[in-house]
Design a protein around this ligand. Structure first.
Ligand code: ADP
Ligand code: MG
Length: 255
């Protein structure tokens, strides 16, 4: 069944920092169109896992496959071109860019950003530019930031800054979106609004892999949950399945 096939497969992934096995022989897969949550205590290796998947760092061992492609250790911009994009645990926005400019930069990742200066004068460039701006407008309307397009991104509310990051991630037309604790530090209203946004993104056919601590969010949104601790998979299943699991209760009580 194509709708239920794996979009991302992680096999035997390991990464150590000094003596610390941050990710330790981790294997799991994400099904197409799912919202798949990664949960686990602080220091469990969740962000390291995202850094391995997106090519920020290379694994010591193991493999990452996206559809049928082996994307292990590819450069992060190449991985983005394959159709994976992400947001970071700590919001990363350039201080001197407007919302519109920030998302426009995201689209250049896709169209081949390293343009020769002469190309800026060509018809092809102007057509690409027009299409890119059109796409930015669509995305900003989709995430609810169109009215704020000319404001400096880094000066928006925390919730809206996260929206900008998500918009920038969407600019590369991802098939898989990785969100690292996107609602950490958000108030309940911002959290609810972001959850609605994740559902809308998912309804557009984008698969989501999300790291979160908020169990209400996890239980409400997730089709599948992978629990990790000390870089290893503890349990995997639906919200109903994992809630009852002693290892999950123990990992969270021990936090
Ligand atoms: P989580 O996101 O689940 O809280 P992390 O993946 O950030 O956990 O970290 C897992 C472990 O790896 C921690 O012990 C952390 O200190 C360590 N770690 C992560 N990144 C680095 C790094 N770049 N250098 C050294 N140690 C790191
Ligand atoms: Mg983390």
């Amino acid at each position: 069944n194509n709708a239920n096939s794996a979009i991302l497969t992680v096999q035997g992934l390991s990464k150590s920092f000094g003596g610390v096995k941050a990710v330790n022989g981790l294997s799991f897969s994400v099904k197409k169109n799912h919202i798949h949550a990664i949960i686990g205590p602080n220091g469990a290796g969740k962000s390291t896992l995202f850094n391995l998947i997106t090519g920020i760092i290379s694994p010591d061992e193991g493999e990452v496959r996206f559809f049928s492609a082996d994307i292990t250790s590819l450069r992060s911009d190449h991985i983005a071109k394959h159709g994976i994009s992400r947001t970071f645990q700590n919001i990363r926005l350039f201080p001197d860019m407007t919302v519109f400019e920030t998302v426009l930069i995201g689209t250049y990742l896709l169209t081949g950003a390293k343009l020769a200066p002469a190309l800026f004068l060509t018809k092809i460039f102007r057509e690409n530019e027009r299409a890119a701006k059109q796409r930015v407008e669509e995305i900003l309307k989709f995430v609810g930031l169109w009215e704020m397009r000319d404001e400096y991104a880094a000066q928006l509310s925390y919730g809206n800054q996260r929206r900008v990051e998500i918009a920038r991630a969407l600019a590369t037309k991802p098939q898989l979106l990785l969100l690292d604790e996107p609602t950490a530090g958000m108030n309940p209203k911002e959290t609810k609004e972001l959850m609605d946004l994740f559902t809308s993104v998912n309804n557009e056919g984008i698969t989501i892999l999300i790291i979160a601590h908020d169990m209400h969010l996890v239980n409400t949104l997730s089709d599948q949950i992978t629990v990790i601790n000390f870089g290893e998979k503890l349990v995997e299943g639906t919200a109903e399945m994992i809630q009852k699991h002693p290892a999950v209760i123990e990992a969270y009580m021990g936090k």
